[in-house]
Design a protein around this ligand. Sequence first.
Ligand code: SAH
Length: 264
Amino acid sequence: MPGKIWFVGAGPGDPDLITVKGRKLLEQAGAILYAGSLVDQAATLYAPQGCEIRDSKDMTLDEMTAWLLDQASRHAVVIRLQTGDPGLYGALIEMTRPLTAAKVEWAVVPGVSSAMASMAAAGETLTLPEVTQTVILTRVAGRTPMPAGEDLESLASHHCTLCIYLSITLLHEVQNALRAAGWQEDAPMLVVQKASWPGLEKIVRGTLADIKQKCQAEKIGSQAMIVASPTLGAADWDDLVRSKLYDPAFTHRFRKASGEIAHD
Ligand code: SAH
């Protein structure tokens, strides 16, 4: 009976940000194939003695599949450890299809994605009542082209929160797309490099006009999240709209309204 292959989200970097389920699986793992330098800490911290630990950075997808299948023939728990959440820019389906074809069981354990970790690091919120209630997780085209209708200019026309992955070297394209979509030069922007990494995290705040120069000055060229959002800086606004959820006049499932007005 072959073992089971788990695609585990390691979170954004801080090994404490893996889920309890992910950590328990690492503690039982016979073999771990980890992706990139950001998640090796979790693997080495939580893996048991004798666990086979391999970096996938020099492997092709076919080689990874072969490695995972081989390990699953010898171990009950085999882990593919990925940064953030495995379902975001993680080549998940390319990897699971051959496992299904080989009749090997697999499952996914979600992880804290770097968009959430970046906003948390900066003390910012992804949504804000009456400002934006929508978050778009996206990227600009690199070697992977963007499907029709998903160019950043179109997405930015919603003026909601945009979390832009894999694009820090294309920051000028991000700026151009936001300008073309009508964002103002003084629109706030945030770039976080190595969010959640103790001692390595860098937070850069700027505007559409100056974010690129600021990132250059900080020498940020990789492992960074770009956020453009009308919510940025809300902690310092003096005209904040109160969230309905905490409004004393708002009844919801867990709390009765103290005022006269009841909502559903
Ligand atoms: N699955 C991952 C994303 C992998 S794509 C997730 O859910 O977060 C790699 C991109 O993620 C990087 O180019 C960068 O934009 C972002 N990223 C990953 N880790 C990060 C971190 N700790 N801080 C900021 N951005 C990060």
